[in-house]
Design a protein around this ligand. Sequence first.
Ligand SMILES: [Cu+2]
Length: 131
Amino acid sequence: MIAKASTIAACAAALSLLSTAAMAGANDYAFEAVKPEMKKGDDVIVAVRLTNTKTGKPVSDAVIFKTRIDMAPDNMADMESPVTALPPPEPGVYAFRTDLPMAGRYQVTLSAKVQGEPETVTGKVIVKAVK
Ligand SMILES: [Cu+2]
């Protein structure tokens, strides 16, 4: 019984070490809005920059496989905007066409695969639409 418990403890310790290491990897990346504020309207372009925070360099080879834009910051999480990915305007910048129908804050939620990073890199970026 004692032996079993210590095996489980060792296992849990190994697991937590593993997940800490993996999380440190995914946390070495940050998304930020290229333009944090823009005019509201249809067919607006929202662009985010992905940076490796360790090197300060833009990450140009990421595959953004999930993007959601909604008004969660203004308590309208179910007010979701359509998103179409556009070709990257410059290395490390990922652009999307969307609709920002009302003034307020929008949250861009992104999931990305980065070359050499086994963990999925996720980020939340807030942009503001003004009249
Ligand atoms: Cu709204």
